[in-house]
Write a protein that binds this ligand. Sequence first.
Ligand code: ATP
Ligand code: MG
Length: 391
Amino acid sequence: MEERVLLVKYGEIAMRGNNRQLFVKRLVDTIRKNIDSDGDFYVVREQGRLIVESRGSEINFDTMIPKINRIFGILGVCPGIKVKDQDIENLKRVSLEFLKENLNGKADTFKVVTKRSNKKYPLTSNEISAEVGGYIFDNYEGMKVDLHSPNTTLYIEIRNDAYIYTDFIEGCGGLPYGSSGKAVSLISGGIDSPVATWMMAKRGVEVSGVYFHSPPYTGERAKEKVKDLAGIISMYTGGFKLYVVKFTEVQLYLLENVPEDKLTIFLKRAMMRTAEKIAAKEHADGLITGESAGQVASQTMQGINAINAVCTIPVMRPLCGMDKQEIVDKARKIGTFETSILPYEDCCTIFVAKHPETRPKTSVINKIESKLEKLDELIEKAFEEMELYEL
Ligand code: ATP
Ligand code: MG
């Protein structure tokens, strides 16, 4: 049998313009990162396609396809074979063999479609399709040609080598990572914010994460958990920057100086302010949170308003209209759920009020905050001392 390869199709339309080369390079790098851990495989750039080939061992499509199809901007993959000897007699023979193997010898309706980017090839695309189709018809018992709605289409692509495949396995969609600008996502380690981050990244937004922790009230393992979540997201995006901000002093200061029932609102506002500083540093134009309307006390419209009042750039809340169950389903699907439910403490829940304010008045919050003389300084210090992890 010829060498097995995987043809990778990507959304070209989204990549028009100057950055196209950059996006393709990023896709190649992401594929490499996801599959090439032991150096057995490599990625070839062909016009409009990426092709994963092997250095020796056979490609295991079952394990490799999900690793590629989850990358944003990839339309899908075609498991196929690479044929070095492009002579028409060889193409006929190999096509027949490939089809038989794929259909387990069963008969079906079929057609052949050829795409020829090597214009020096002596036959036209239609001639190749007709020759190969005729040969299959003559030599594969029961096969019927159906040019309009065949069950099986055998594709032949004539490039530097020839590629033959039948199936297209759809990817998870999305736009090439980075094609829609940049944003900073507040990631807590809970179920919601990793999903929100994933959803915006899927739309081509390049995301940096920020996690606030309060050691010693929150532990090292809570931080590791958020790093693990960022690592999962990076399998879709090809890389992920996570900032970790130590918020203990800010949090203790707020605890002493604001009414207990409003503590969460002040804490969230402080997080937003810090995230905006990170956005400025990253040249990002938006923030992302995992807030969902009505989910907890601070996520009423009044709560969101009071938190949002300190933001000067847009805040994306992609989960706002989703039910918890829908978010959980999504988290399971993208693979963050099991990590999110690990039971480590979150800085939002360590000093939580028994009866948090559900309808804070922004004007009241603003007034109290204006008297918190040390707040800006503490936020600035936390920002200056933050750590960066690249996943
Ligand atoms: P999640 O499931 O994402 O933890 P949640 O339902 O627990 O969200 P909240 O605790 O109200 O809701 O948090 C709302 C949002 O605020 C989170 O989705 C996240 O974007 C942000 N956030 C909360 N805590 C932190 C934190 N420690 N670090 C970074 N962002 C946070
Ligand atoms: Mg949470």
